[in-house]
Ligand binder design. Structure first.
Ligand SMILES: [Fe+2]
Ligand SMILES: [Fe+2]
Length: 187
C-alpha cells in the first residue's frame, strides 16, 4: 500500500532551481501563490472583455487603446505562467470577485450609455481605469511579497507587468483629457 507520508519536511534544499528563498512551505508562500491565482483569473477574464470594450468605444483612439491592451494582457497571462513555473507551482486560476465586479460594472456602463457618444467613451475609460488600478495595486503588492521572499527573477517579471499597467493607466488618462471628457461635457 502506497502511503503518502507528508511529514512536513521543511527541507528547502530540495528545490534549488530558481529560488533563492527557502519559503516554499511557508504560509506566506502559499498566500502569494493564492493571490497569483486570483490575478491570473482576473487577466484571463479581462482579455475576453477588452475586445467587447473596444467594440463599444466611440472614438478610434479609445478603441485602439483597448486593442493594444488586449495584446498586452495576453502577455501578462504568459508572464504569470512564467512566474508559476519559477515558483514551481501549476498555473491555475481562482475566481477573482473584484475583477468579476469591475467587468460587470463595465458592462453596466455600456448598457447605460448611448452608442456613438463621448459619454460612452468617458464611461468606458472610467471602467478601464478602475481595472488598471486594481491591477496596479495587485502587482505592486505581489512584487513586494516576492522581494521579501527573495524571488528576484519573479520580482523582475512582476515589475514588467506593473510598469505596463501604469503606462496603460496614463494612456487612458491622455485619451480622456485630450478630447473625450470635453466632448462628453457638450453632449
Ligand atoms: Fe494586466
Ligand atoms: Fe491592465
Amino acid at each position: 500500500m502506497a502511503t503518502t507520508s507528508k511529514t512536513s519536511t521543511k527541507d528547502a534544499s530540495k528545490k534549488p532551481t530558481g529560488l533563492t528563498g527557502k519559503m516554499e512551505d511557508s504560509e506566506f508562500h502559499k498566500f502569494f501563490v493564492d493571490e497569483l491565482k486570483d490575478i491570473y483569473w482576473a487577466e484571463k477574464h479581462l482579455v475576453k472583455a477588452l475586445p467587447k470594450m473596444k467594440k463599444a468605444a466611440t472614438s478610434t483612439e479609445l478603441a485602439s487603446a483597448f486593442e493594444k491592451h488586449a495584446l498586452e494582457t495576453q502577455e501578462h497571462i504568459t508572464k504569470l505562467e512564467e512566474v508559476f513555473a519559477l515558483v514551481e507551482e501549476k498555473a491555475s486560476a481562482k475566481k477573482c470577485d473584484a475583477m468579476e465586479g469591475l467587468l460587470s460594472e463595465a458592462d453596466g456602463i455600456i448598457e447605460d450609455t448611448e452608442k456613438g457618444t463621448m459619454v460612452r467613451d468617458a464611461g468606458l475609460i472610467l471602467a478601464a481605469q478602475k481595472v488598471e488600478h486594481y491591477e496596479i495595486a495587485t502587482y505592486g503588492t505581489l512584487k513586494t511579497f516576492a522581494e521579501n521572499m527573495g524571488h528576484s527573477d519573479v520580482v523582475a517579471i512582476l515589475e514588467q507587468i506593473l510598469e505596463n499597467e501604469k503606462a496603460t493607466d496614463v494612456a487612458l488618462t491622455q485619451v480622456a483629457e485630450s478630447f473625450v471628457n470635453e466632448q462628453a461635457s457638450q453632449e
